[in-house]
Ligand binder design. Sequence first.
Ligand code: BDR
Ligand code: CA
Length: 320
Amino acid sequence: PQSVIFDTDPGIDDAMALYVLARHPAIRLRAITTVFGNAAVATTTRNALALAALYELELPVAAGAAGPLRPRQDQAFPAHVHGEDGLGGVGALVPAPRREVDGRPAHELICAMVNAEPGQITLVAVGPLTNLALALRHDPGIAAKVRQVVVMGGAFGTHGHGGNVSPVAEANIINDPEAADAVFAAAWPVVIVGLDVTQEVVMKHDDLAALKGRGGKQGAVGDFLWAATRHYQDFYHERDGIGGIYSHDASAAVYVAAPEAFGLRAGPVRVVLDGIARGQTIQDHQGLAAPDSPWAHSPAQQVCVRVDAARVLSEFTRLF
Ligand code: BDR
Ligand code: CA
């Protein structure tokens, strides 16, 4: 199985992704690192510890960045999407955190584990990319030692899906565009699982209802995910009328186990840092950039542009 460090801001779909990483036979989850995003980092860390207890995980959980690389005064959290508690208002249903948070900051834990097992560790990042950017700053040598980086983030407009925070920007990227640009520019292999594919993977109301009473002790995991997704589903229903939820972060987790369910496109990826398109992700998949342009120095990364949605959903539901 592939060894994974999960960098996350739980978050309802983060909780689903964590279950995939915790239970899929092709994956060995080694550590969780937390970041601000869907809620403040104190909240996402509390949620990560509580979810680790619910999923019966024995692994380090390290707290990471409280805000983006370029600090902002108006930091806000999307309570209208993930609830004040980050878990759809039902965080009280998860057990009290059973373990203490790791003493190291997230980026130091990442560097230590990668250096201890060069070539082995996959980073799955489904929140703002601040911790990964800090890890690269702390020890640029880790780029050559990471097996792959799988990111949920970005929107490349391939299926007519734009951004979800601005017309062009996706939430994880716009929460720290400078960090995302540094992560995509680094010399490690990145696979980007963005809105182009995650908004194609819709978990319907009935799929979610079928989880009730399944997974974990006495079905506690399915009961929790059903409850946690009620508010999230209403949000997407009002916005897009989809009668279900997009499986953003869980799709990135499934990519690790079943990459053949996705179609990839190669080329350097940059993030717009200024102006009205701040947070937009752009890939030069046609090799159009001039040799002296800022694109030319970026390595080719992979962007998911196609997905077998039924396969992704079945990789999730088979774990219950
Ligand atoms: C991403 O933003 C967060 O709200 C979700 O957890 C997901 O990682 C989707 O744009
Ligand atoms: Ca997330």
